[in-house]
Design a protein around this ligand. Structure first.
Ligand SMILES: Nc1ncnc2c1ncn2[C@@H]1O[C@H](COP(=O)(O)OP(=O)(O)OP(=O)(O)O)[C@@H](O)[C@H]1O
Ligand SMILES: [Mg+2]
Length: 354
């Protein structure tokens, strides 16, 4: 059995198949560093909190980092920023390694196939995703997996557009990035990312209203909706403005990047949106409205949101890994039976010669 892994700026998620069910394991991609003390030691030894001790410091990683940060009055830190490993965070690699190990577990057999998501290179930032990709790949290999990168936007197509023959536009609105992929019968014809997502919305809305970023994030995640009532001057009003701005920016870049020759004339493109940032009510309606107003070189069939926006990239990576496994399996079986047939033919010929 193969596995899928979504390596996200805010969340790490694995997906695996157990019978008819897909099982997901999720952890926050964050950690907190606290001073080692008897109190910390007591709290940690009585719990199953993910942590490592290094000299006089203790690192608590994943979902529990936030609780410990509050108790010990420390800030949480993140191994990734804007879709890739953070170059400003010296503990990025050991921390992401620990979280990854917890989320994917050991391989079920040596060199189990594992597809992990990587963003496309951003078009609005000169960072490259290669170092990030190679680092994640090597830590998965060290764990005993046979890893394979899959573009995040393409993973969305695999998980959400199977019934459209893997044709359409898939967009993952994450924390650090927005990943866009246009696929034609499972072949990506356009893929790019922009270095803006939920974090960017939070920072901008925080700046505009003079509110701490964490406060803005919790307002956004708790009860914010993109309905058309305006809350001028408030946090929700600022969030709406930056949501709007992000959607327009995504559409502007789609228009710039798409090559009309890649689109079959008369094709109505299905659009699917996913990722945590697509969660608020009214998101897909707003995006559909903005797309309708834009001067796109193709027509849109409709905009759907993934049933579970946090899970679809991991799910798509799993679908891709399993379909490759099946294909290889069938290919091996086909090769074996072709060999058998050749041998039978050769034997038959040898008999005839006798
Ligand atoms: N209910 C919600 N309403 C609005 N935003 C939300 C909600 N839940 C999560 N988010 C936002 O979604 C983002 C996280 O989404 P997701 O897990 O898809 O990102 P990621 O895959 O970790 O990041 P990336 O793909 O950019 O590397 C964060 O910005 C978070 O604040
Ligand atoms: Mg993501």
């Amino acid at each position: 059995m193969a596995k899928g892994l979504d390596v996200g700026t805010m969340n790490l998620l694995s997906a695996r198949q157990e019978g008819d069910e897909t099982v997901f394991v999720q952890q926050r991609n964050s950690f907190v560093e606290i001073d080692y003390s008897d109190m910390a030691d007591q709290m940690l030894s009585r719990s199953d909190v993910l942590h490592i001790r290094k000299d006089d410091q203790v690192y608590i990683v994943g979902d529990d980092a936030l609780n410990f940060a509050n108790i010990f009055n420390e800030e949480t830190r993140r191994p990734m920023q804007a879709g890739i490993l953070s170059s400003d965070e010296k503990s990025a690699i050991p921390m992401i390694k620990l979280i990854t190990e917890q989320v994917v577990g050991d391989p079920q057999y040596p060199s189990e196939r594992l597809f992990f998501s990587v963003p496309a290179d951003p078009i609005d930032d000169d960072t490259s995703t290669l170092y990030h990709q190679k680092t994640v790949e090597s830590l998965l290999s060290d764990m005993g997996y046979d890893p394979e990168p899959i573009n995040e936007g393409m993973a969305v197509i695999y998980s959400e557009l199977a019934d459209k023959e893997f044709t359409g536009l898939g967009i993952s609105f994450g924390a650090g990035m927005t990943n866009v992929c246009l696929s034609y019968y499972a072949v990506p014809v356009m893929k790019f990312s922009i270095a803006r997502g939920g974090d960017w919305i939070d920072e901008k809305a925080a700046q505009a209203t003079g509110t701490p970023v964490d406060k803005v994030t919790s307002v956004k995640e708790e009860d914010f909706a993109l309905d058309f009532e305006t809350d001028v001057g408030g946090i929700e009003g600022a969030l709406s403005i930056y949501y709007d701005n992000l959607l327009d920016y995504v559409i502007e870049n789609i228009i710039n990047e798409v090559d009309e020759e890649d689109i079959e004339e008369g094709l109505d493109v299905p659009v699917v949106v996913t990722g945590g940032t697509s969660t608020p009510d009214g998101f897909e309606e707003l995006f559909a409205e903005r797309l309708a107003e834009a001067d796109l070189p193709f027509s849109i069939q409709g905009v759907d949101r993934a049933e579970n926006p946090l899970y679809s990239v991991a799910q798509g990576a799993l679908v891709a890994a399993r379909s490759e496994e099946e294909r290889d399996g069938t290919a091996t079986a086909a090769a074996a039976s072709a060999e058998d047939a050749d041998e039978a033919e050769a034997e038959a010929e040898a008999e005839n010669d006798d």
